[in-house]
Design a protein around this ligand. Sequence first.
Ligand code: PLP
Length: 389
Amino acid sequence: MKINDNYLNLSSNYLFADIAKRVRAFKAQSPKADVISLGIGDVTQPLCPAVVEALHKAADEMGTAATFHGYGPEQGYDFLRNAIVEHVFRARGMSIDADEIFVSDGAKSDTGNFQELLSTDSVVAVTDPVYPVYVDSNLMAGRSIVKLPCTAENGFVPELPRQHVDVIYLCYPNNPTGTTLTKEQLKKWVDYALSNDALIFYDAAYEAFIQNDDIPHSIYEIPGAKRCAVEFHSYSKTAGFTGVRCGFTVVPKDLQISLNPLWNRRQTTKFNGTSYLSQRAAEAIYSPEGKKQVRATIQYYMKNACVMREELTDMNFKVYGGADSPYLWVRTPNSMTSWEFFDWMLHSAHVVCTPGAGFGPSGEGYVRLTAFGTHEKTEEALHRIDKKL
Ligand code: PLP
């Protein structure tokens, strides 16, 4: 038996496991410290009432033979695919068909699995810093990766690759930098992909946090994108579904390479569908009450983001992101490395952040803070950082 050697090329520890280890060690040393996490990207606010009601109703249906649901369609139920077409795309003037939507158990699986459709010698480009799933899933398959630095110097907008690449992963609003692309900036990438026979994997997991009307919510707002882009969506941050699990991926039938039937083939072979309960819960966020309630929770987090941006700026930190995204990307002071600043925050202010270096070499010198805390804890964390500076 021989293992897949590519796994040996992965960095040995997952970033959040490293962080958890340091936090555990600190807590063992200082058991009375009240540690506040502004680090990990999980949410704190509960599901909205419309979703809870839909879950109860779906659970009742599952308890009666006449309305019980067993295996569903691997691609997702029509009620959800149609709601997505209507409320996510048609409402913004985009035309996507229901059979281009594949409902999933979240964007992590799909952003990690989609690379299976590419040949192993494809050259893959990612922005740096980056959501680690894109890199690790391609390393596992043995592909080479080109990193496109995103730094304050280029305004966190990646430059077009100098060498040919077959696939580019773009994530906007970005995790971890919290920055966005304008339509013009995104158009450059669509034009590049179209003229270089490249594909774009566009991760729109945070589109619901966009506040500025000029920022695109979907790559399909750009003409030509249906010929070159696959798009990933998640209900995790949009509607607090980190524990419910649901998302979807758009695989247009117009793509220059015909991936829609291949993804369908892949999913029907390896995936048995997202649970009926999760899909009914997701459908509920498109009802009039659901929309209002979900928006209120997003605004709750965006209030944190706004307060964090203002107060950290007042403390003389250089802060990026946080305007159309729940993430803030903060320059470390006094040329500290991102892990040095992480340790300082933990030991002095008892606040956990995420060291930027964990997202790639261009993340060095930054930390990521998230707006997913409660107002009270977020305020308290900011107060402590201010006091300890
Ligand atoms: N994409 C990005 C950029 C993310 O930050 C996350 C989660 O943090 C995901 C995808 C995965 O989300 P989920 O699998 O919970 O839908």
